[in-house]
Write a protein that binds this ligand. Sequence first.
Ligand code: DC
Length: 229
Amino acid sequence: MNQKKINIAIDGYSSCGKGTLAKQLAKFLGYKFIDSGSMYRAVTLYCIKKEIDLRDENLVSIALKNMTIGFEFNTQTERFEVTLNGKNVESEIREMKVASRVSEIAAQSEVRKYLVSMQQKIGKDKGVVMDGRDIGTVVFPGAELKIFMTASVEVRSERRFNELISDGKEVTLSEVMANLIDRDRIDSNRDDSPLRMTEDYKVLDNTKLSRSEQLEIAKSWALHYINQN
Ligand code: DC
């Protein structure tokens, strides 16, 4: 595409399908898709592996200096996968041991400062679709298109559960649902950059939408803003 590039922020609750939409939209536009949650997960994984007390913000902020978080493009999955000190950890960061602790890490200001600055560098030349919780409010407050995704907790839990099972992970539906509810509560109530929707977001509730239906809606929004630029 020769049009001027924009940045697209996709925020919303856990397991709403933000990543699925972001990936499809990025592919359609020829943009880069970055899953910012994977960076918080990678920090969590590092601390778990090094047996660092996750509640000790001081120790966690010192640990940040010893980790290098990056991305490598996987041509099979057609997505940027997160690396931790050079090793691809995309699968490991999805395990419940990480999912159940990541909100504690994501609530820490030093961690957020460090990752937000990396995310802003990735988006400085535009042409990025990034999903997370604070992308439209903190990371790219000037993003041309901001989408807030939501869906019922039952539908979200079922989708996440099926994903984890087909990935060979051992979990129960009630465990997944409890984790989602807990993460949403922590993410929405923390002091630093809580998940919140401002009036410049477009809301996409996909409880009853198929993947292709939601993509069509997002494509029309994106093209509207790209053509305006
Ligand atoms: O999107 P996810 O479930 O992989 O995110 C993992 C955790 O990181 C979740 O608790 C929310 C948090 N997060 C955040 O606080 N800010 C972001 N930009 C992305 C994720």
